[in-house]
Structures are given as structure tokens and as C-alpha cells.
Design a protein around this ligand. Structure first.
Ligand SMILES: Nc1nc2c(ncn2[C@@H]2O[C@H](COP(=O)(O)OP(=O)(O)O)[C@@H](O)[C@H]2O)c(=O)[nH]1
Ligand SMILES: *[C@@H]1O[C@H](CO)[C@@H](O)[C@H](O)[C@H]1NC(C)=O
Ligand SMILES: *[C@@H]1O[C@H](CO)[C@@H](O)[C@H](O)[C@H]1NC(C)=O
Ligand SMILES: *[C@@H]1O[C@H](CO)[C@@H](O)[C@H](O)[C@H]1NC(C)=O
Ligand SMILES: [Mg+2]
Length: 395
């Protein structure tokens, strides 16, 4: 008995010492990273100081920019919750390894709630450019006054019964409406011309040795994508009807060289549900800030489908890019290997795969499989399919 009490005493003591040590160590790390904050400045200010010399780059582990030459006026942008921390950490790491450690573009993080210290610490450590953290204003993440709450609730209950993905979620609807109509008006994005959207859990499979933002600028591209599947029609039953109403009211906004053939197989009578998958986007912010798009968003928002149905930002962005832009302003990136569950874009050209050190399986490439809309885009622009595309059709 006495022996076992002595053992317990020693064990308890050891555990206590280890705990104290860990608490001290954690606190110490936190102190270094956030000491400026403790002196009464906002975390965002700390991040902005990183490149102005007030915090030692060695201390912050900042790499030096490796790629020479000019930079575009551009940033990465991520909408996330605090609990997304490890999924976004993985995505950032992948992007930094494949591209941004050489270019050091900024990274803007947005959230409907305040980001916590751990989220900021982990993401600041991983990004090679300035990291900025913004909270979304209430007006950009709530029900507009004209929404009938009973009708919206019934719609959610109905979609939940039908087991439509995110059908019962209010926050997902706010997210889709925010990404459709508001992210580009956030004050932190006012500083930029182009953005690259990155979501938690995505992966990049190939080196990106040149600057896609500069490519957009130099080639006058406004919108770009890598994956284009079909949308679940149950989430957008009346979106096309609302679009047709907008087209009738604003014929002046419809571009004469548009991509109607990408989104409709019958000259505009019906929507074929094709959409650019907006979890990946490199695009112009001015395009969303333009009068044609703001008129389009306002018209859709008044119709209420973000809440009476579950309109996604992907079909909304796609319909807008297809109708309001010249079709030549839309770019498809074959070179950027990308995964967002459950789809992969993987280059199949052997020359590209070697040059870019791609780590994805070309047989996983979604582009020419039955559920992909990419063939329509190629047909519309008269483009030739990349070498090796046949190997990954449906068996
Ligand atoms: N701040 C915040 N971000 C959200 C919320 N819901 C979704 N997101 C973000 O919005 C994006 C899309 O959400 P996700 O769950 O990936 O949806 P999916 O890709 O359509 O399955 C991701 O960047 C999420 O982190 C939310 O309620 N609050
Ligand atoms: C970047 O673009 C924004 C938005 O158009 C503009 O206000 C800002 O002055 C630009 N910055 C630079 C360095 O050109
Ligand atoms: C489509 O809109 C018109 C009016 O613009 C309306 O009369 C019609 O009922 C709508 N159809 C559907 C399926 O919502
Ligand atoms: C439409 O595109 C063609 C080339 O595809 C171009 O020659 C023409 O000027 C464009 N028209 C408009 C109005 O932009
Ligand atoms: Mg996602």
C-alpha cells in the first residue's frame, strides 16, 4: 500500500511539472508572436508591420521573395471559421509550397465572427505575404428586410426533408449570399484589383512557376476557373427565371460576345446547370464591383432565392461571367492541378506533368468525364484539348 502511494505521489508530481512546463512554453511562443497586440495594437496591425521592419523577419520566419519582377495588385482570400483552422492550414501550406513562397502575395481572411488568436497565429506563420484578418459587417451576413421568414423556414424544412445538401442550413445561405454579393466590398479587399479564392481542405498538385495574377492582367482576363461541374437543380429551381427577368430588364448589360452557349443548350430558354466551381477562382474584383454585376446581384437578391431556395455563389458567378463578359475574358487553367472534394483537376500532358512536377493521378482528371461542362467551354472558344485527354474519359 505504502509503495503504491509513493508511486502515485511521484507520478502526480511529474505530471504537474510537465503541465507547468507546457503552459509556460505555449505562453512564451504566444508572447513572441503577439507581443505587439499585448501592447494594445490590433492583430491586423501586427501583420502589416511584418514587412515594414518593426518586427524582425528572422523572428517571424519570413522568407525573402524569390521570384524577381513586378507583382500584380492582388491577394489570396479565404472565408473561414475558427474551427476550419487545420483544414485551411493544409490548403495554405499547399499553395505556399507550390506557388506563393516565391511570390509572397498577401492573404486576406474573412469571417462572420472574430478570428481567435490560434487561428491568427497558425495562419500568420504559414503565409509568406501579409496576413490580414477581417470581420464581415452584419448587413452582409443577415436576412434582408424583404425576406418572409415563414416562407424561408418552410423552404428549409422542405429541402431538409428532401435531404438536399446544406438544405436546412441558414449559415450556408448567408455564406452563398456573401460570396455572391459582398466579399468584394469588404474594406480589406478594397486595396486590390485581383483575388484568388482558397477554401479549407483544398490541394494544389503542380508547381506554379509563373504568376497567374500577372497573366490575368497582361491578357485582360476577368474570370478564371479549373473545374466546371453541374449544379444540383433542386437548389436553384427559379434562378434561371430570375436571370431571364434581369436580361429583359437590362439588355444593355448583356455582352454581345457572351458565353450563353456555355450555360444554355437551347439559346437561353433553359439553364443547363453548368457552373464554374467557385471554391477556386482567380478573378478581377472590379468585375464584381461593376454596375452590370451589382444590378444583377440586386435583382437576384430582391427575388429572394438565396433564402427561398439555396442559390449558390457558383451558379450566380457563372451566369454573371457568362452573360456580362466577353467570352474571351474567361480563362481555363489546365496547368493548375487542384482538388476540392470530390473532384480533381489534373494535367494530362506528359510534358506539363514533368515540367510542373505534378503529384496527382492523371486518371483522376475530371475534365472530360460525364459530369464535366468543360467540353462546352472548349467548343465555344474553338480550343484544342490538351494532350492525353482521352486517357481519362469515363470507362
Ligand atoms: N466564416 C464562415 N465561413 C463559412 C461558413 N460556412 C462556410 N464557410 C466558408 O465558406 C466556404 C465554403 O464552405 P464549405 O463548407 O467549404 O462549402 P462547400 O465547399 O460548398 O461544401 C469555405 O471557405 C468555408 O470555410 C460560416 O458559417 N462562417
Ligand atoms: C490596387 O487596387 C486598388 C483598387 O482598385 C487601388 O485602390 C489601389 O490604389 C491599388 N494599389 C496599387 C499599389 O496600385
Ligand atoms: C417565372 O417568372 C414569371 C414572371 O417573370 C412568372 O410568371 C412565372 O410563374 C415564373 N416561373 C417559375 C417557374 O417560377
Ligand atoms: C467579339 O469578339 C470578336 C473576336 O472573337 C471581336 O473581333 C469583336 O470585336 C468582339 N466584339 C465586341 C463587341 O467586343
Ligand atoms: Mg469547400
Amino acid at each position: 500500500m505504502i509503495g503504491s502511494r509513493a508511486v502515485r505521489f511521484i507520478l502526480t508530481g511529474t505530471i504537474a511539472i510537465v503541465l507547468c512546463y507546457q503552459l509556460f512554453a505555449l505562453n512564451y511562443v504566444g508572447d513572441i508572436k503577439w507581443r505587439t497586440e499585448e501592447q494594445g495594437q490590433s492583430p491586423q496591425f501586427v501583420d502589416q508591420e511584418r514587412h515594414t521592419g518593426n518586427v524582425s523577419p528572422a523572428l517571424m520566419n519570413l522568407p525573402e521573395p524569390k521570384a524577381p519582377g513586378p507583382r500584380a495588385n492582388a491577394t489570396f482570400v479565404t472565408l473561414a471559421r475558427n474551427q476550419d483552422i487545420w483544414e485551411i492550414a493544409k490548403a495554405i501550406r499547399s499553395m505556399e509550397d507550390r506557388f506563393n513562397h516565391k511570390f509572397n502575395y498577401d492573404w486576406v481572411f474573412l469571417n462572420d465572427r472574430p478570428f481567435n488568436k490560434e487561428f491568427k497565429r497558425v495562419t500568420t506563420q504559414l503565409t509568406s505575404g501579409k496576413a490580414k484578418y477581417g470581420q464581415i459587417p452584419k448587413e452582409h451576413w443577415s436576412f434582408p428586410s424583404w425576406i418572409d421568414q415563414d416562407k424561408a423556414r418552410e423552404a428549409r424544412e422542405e429541402m431538409s426533408r428532401k435531404q438536399i445538401i446544406y438544405g436546412d442550413s441558414i449559415s450556408y445561405r448567408h455564406m452563398c449570399r456573401f460570396e455572391s454579393g459582398f466579399f468584394f466590398r469588404h474594406e480589406l479587399l478594397m486595396d486590390y484589383e485581383y483575388y484568388w479564392r482558397v477554401e479549407p481542405s483544398v490541394e494544389f498538385f503542380c508547381d506554379i512557376n509563373y504568376d497567374p495574377f500577372m497573366f490575368m492582367k497582361q491578357n485582360n482576363k476577368k474570370y478564371s476557373f479549373v473545374l466546371s461541374p453541374y449544379e444540383y437543380v433542386e437548389t436553384i429551381p427559379t434562378l434561371w427565371n430570375s436571370t431571364k427577368k434581369f436580361m429583359a430588364e437590362h439588355p444593355e448589360h448583356i455582352h454581345p460576345n457572351n458565353s450563353m452557349a456555355f450555360i444554355s443548350d437551347d439559346g437561353g430558354k433553359t439553364y443547363n446547370n453548368c457552373h464554374f466551381w467557385s471554391n477556386f477562382e482567380i478573378a478581377s474584383l472590379d468585375m464584381w464591383r461593376s454596375k452590370p454585376y451589382l444590378d444583377f446581384f440586386e435583382s437576384l437578391d430582391k427575388d429572394g432565392g438565396f433564402f427561398y431556395e439555396r442559390w449558390g455563389d457558383a451558379p450566380v458567378h457563372t451566369i454573371a461571367a457568362s452573360l456580362l463578359l466577353d467570352k474571351n475574358d474567361i480563362h481555363f487553367w489546365d496547368e493548375i492541378g487542384y482538388y476540392h472534394a470530390p473532384f480533381t483537376h489534373c494535367p494530362t500532358s506528359q510534358v506539363d506533368r514533368e515540367r510542373l512536377k505534378c503529384s496527382c493521378n492523371p486518371n483522376d482528371n475530371f475534365d472530360w468525364k460525364g459530369w464535366s461542362c468543360l467540353p462546352r467551354h472548349f467548343k465555344l472558344l474553338g480550343k484544342k484539348r490538351p494532350e492525353g485527354w482521352e486517357t481519362q474519359q469515363d470507362e
